[in-house]
Design a protein around this ligand. Sequence first.
Ligand code: PLP
Length: 393
Amino acid sequence: MYNEKAYNLGANRSCIRDLFEYGQARAAVVGPENVFDYSLGNPSIPSPPEVNDAIRAILSDTDSLAVHGYTSAVGDLKTRQAIADDLNARYGTAIRPQELFIAGGAAPELCAVFRALTVPGAEFLAIAPFFPEYRPWVEEAGGVLKVVPPDVPNFQIKLDAVEAMLTPNTCAIILNSPNNPAGTVYTADTLKALAQLLTRKSQAYGHPIYIVADEPYRELVYDGVQVPFIPTIYDNTIVCYSYSKSLSLPGERIGYVYVPGAATDSAALYAAIAGAARACGHVCAPSLWQKVIARCAHLRPDLEAYDKNRRALYEGLLEAGYETAKPDGAFYLFVKAPGGDANAFSEKAKKKDLLLVPGDGFGCPGYFRVCYCVSYEQIQKSLPIFRELIREE
Ligand code: PLP
């Protein structure tokens, strides 16, 4: 006997994983240099050298039991203090370590937050295009995920659509900026207008509607674009941050949840998140990595390689006649499929060993995602194939 819902989640792999594994299999046949795999968002720039220096220093300076032992479930105080100091220096805030909960990256953080917010009938809004894992995470928490249609072609937020979908059961709206898969950054104007709407509706319903800000890409922005820090715009924001992309550490599992003291029911919310994490088996975030972050919270990635890829791909695709949102952040381009059918287009591309993810799973059919965390050579070699494909439409 086993759980049918869990079985379905495990047995039906994501389309992204399928494409990635197809690419690996093709690489064994035609050679990795002939497969143009744009499927997976695995960082392609190394962590800043200070990260490995920190590991070496911790291993040589700290006694082994302390390095590898359990920490407090909410995270080492030193780590939370270092993160608070960094945020306060950047955003002029007065965040205290008690408002931070250290966990294993955005995925488990979001799961804990969704569980902490879910009451019977709870609804969450996601803005298309959105990260597909929100659906199983919200549903497993017992909530209902409702998807706000995309604001094409700029991929900001359609406020009238949000307003029409809010109900007294709405507990939160999930935002992801810089966005996977669109590469767009929600502007301060967009966020201020959303905050006004949510404030008005929270008053009308007699309970807060929280923003859950999923922020693994906060540091990945180009051309001087600023990512607004949403808690400075809307108090009822819960931030789920991750070092997976910002410090290129996706396999290490480290990040934090920030619950602002000014949020409604802040202390109870923090306890509920800790409790939800506990119920999912959270004991503490990896101890060594907490110690690394205590030394490295102030570091920022060197984005030169991503930016070079971004420019080459964006300009190359525009020249070839593709339409795409302006990629201000993250490492994704979201491109309108020539012919309108992204599944058919990505199947044609696959036959030429060019691997593109159709937008359907992100709630945005008719577009495909290109992850440009790849080598510059891959981009140069694949642009002629993109040109060929659009000519064939
Ligand atoms: N949210 C978004 C939008 C992502 O793209 C990802 C990973 O790709 C995650 C959350 C999960 O990130 P983490 O590695 O921090 O769990």
